[in-house]
Design a binder for this molecule. Structure first.
Ligand code: PLP
Length: 414
């Protein structure tokens, strides 16, 4: 094959036909291969990019186009952004160093002092701190409302409300909010809706198709999927991604490292398979737990006992996701805590950790870890009891997961 033929093949691969399905986009969307024709996307560890001449350099710097300096963009990061945008059904995507820095970029880019945000009070703990403490210092005020009561969101609207921020399902209780209803509420008030889609990922839930304006991810979780790197992102229309967040990102520099981008890019290729397998295993574990005499309550969207079961099934492609939480029985908070610790400490396969979204199942005691800095009253208000255990189901055989839980649940003496 002549050099011209291989160049033509390279370009053809970059211009995928219209109408490809999500599974195909997750494997195929990326920048064109280099002149070497690599089949697996390359990892470009380069901070600077050589310009052909001063004139081109000037144009690229002025328009933020092509590649100049890696704080603005890098080919590996760009490939991840294109692939994730395709999977979310978004025009554009900007990748960030962590999930939290994606929210930092969101607020720095979009809001100014005096603007108002409405946020569910059940979102990720660091998200609450970021809004309530850090952004408040710069004059951006946030009202925290019920995850599930639309009336509270409506009542919190002000003339200065610019953003509604939701996360669904929530951590650890898997409460589900109605994305379409929140989008309608936001748009009626001239505000935007951002959805943290970390728990479902685009494999199960596509918030933009339900009316959300922006989708945020902690790529650290299921997008990587094997617990290796930190990453984050915002997906949405290019008038926001390119015009609003592009300049903020270039200046403030919450840039994703190319190596981390490459790991997540490869993670996306197996995302749909993993999410479905882990969700199916989680449902089996949830059903097993619900029938267990030592378990008081199971929180899982795919169980008919979940308060927003029908909404969750419609919004999440019929899947519950891979996080299951359950309360072990205990007559007092102290007894419930001792029982939960016994179950956790009796495991020999599950990891005791506070991450999720890994192939390795992870067991967590929220009341003393992720929610440990809250007062007991705050914890009670958010439903995080001392007997609550969160299980992020991975890819082990499901019987080995239930056997591991049974070691403790079967020997409780309370
Ligand atoms: C982990 C997580 C975040 C924060 O992501 P980091 O990558 O840890 O910064 C935000 N939202 C949700 C739902 C998360 O689980």
């Amino acid at each position: 094959m002549s050099a011209g033929d291989s160049e033509a093949a390279r370009i053809a691969r970059a211009r995928l036909p219209e109408g490809l399905r999500p599974e195909t986009l997750a494997v195929r969307t990326a920048l064109a291969p280099s002149q070497h024709g690599e089949n697996s996307e390359g990892l470009f560890l380069s901070s600077a990019f050589v310009q052909p001449d001063a004139e081109t350099s000037a144009r690229r710097f002025a328009n933020m186009e092509d590649f100049t300096y890696a704080r603005t963009s890098n080919p590996t990061v760009r490939s991840l952004e294109q692939r994730l945008a395709a999977m979310e059904g978004a025009e554009g995507c900007v990748a960030t160093a962590t999930g939290m820095s994606a929210i930092l970029l969101l607020i720095m880019g979009l809001l100014k002092s005096g603007d108002h945000v409405i946020c569910s009070r059940s979102v990720f703990g660091s998200t609450i701190s970021l809004f309530a403490k850090e952004f408040a210092k710069f004059g951006v005020e946030t009202s925290f409302v019920s995850q599930t009561d639309l009336g509270e969101w409506r009542a919190a609207l002000r003339p200065t409300t610019k953003l509604l921020f939701a996360e669904t399902p929530t951590n650890p209780l898997t409460d589900v909010c109605d994305i379409r209803a929140l989008a309608d509420l936001a748009h009626g008030a001239g505000a935007l809706l951002t959805v943290d889609n970390t728990f479902c990922t685009p494999a199960l839930q596509r918030p933009l198709a339900l009316g959300a304006d922006l989708v945020m991810h902690a790529g650290t979780k299921y997008l990587d999927g094997q617990g290796r790197v930190m990453a984050g992102s915002l997906c949405g229309a290019n008038r926001l991604i390119v015009d609003v967040f592009g300049p903020t990102m270039r200046t403030a520099g919450m840039t994703l490292a190319p190596f981390n981008a490459w790991v997540v890019l490869k993670g996306l290729e197996t995302l749909a398979l993993r999410m479905k397998a882990q969700s199916e295993a989680a449902l089996q574990v949830a059903r097993w737990l619900e029938a267990h005499p030592a378990v008081a309550r199971v929180h899982y969207p795919a169980l008919p006992s979940h308060p927003q079961h029908a909404l969750a099934m419609a919004q999440q492609s019929g899947f519950g996701g891979a996080v299951v939480s359950f309360d072990v029985k205990g007559a007092t908070p102290e007894a419930a805590r001792a029982a939960a610790f016994h179950v956790i400490d009796s495991t020999r396969v599950l990891s005791i950790a506070t991450n999720l979204g890994d192939t390795k199942s992870i067991v967590t005691h929220p009341a003393t870890t992720s929610h440990g800095r809250l007062s007991e009253a705050q914890r009670q208000a958010s439903g995080i009891g001392q007997g609550l255990i969160r299980l992020a189901v991975g890819l082990e055989h499901v019987d080995d997961i239930t056997d591991d839980l049974q070691r403790g649940l079967g020997t409780l003496t309370t």
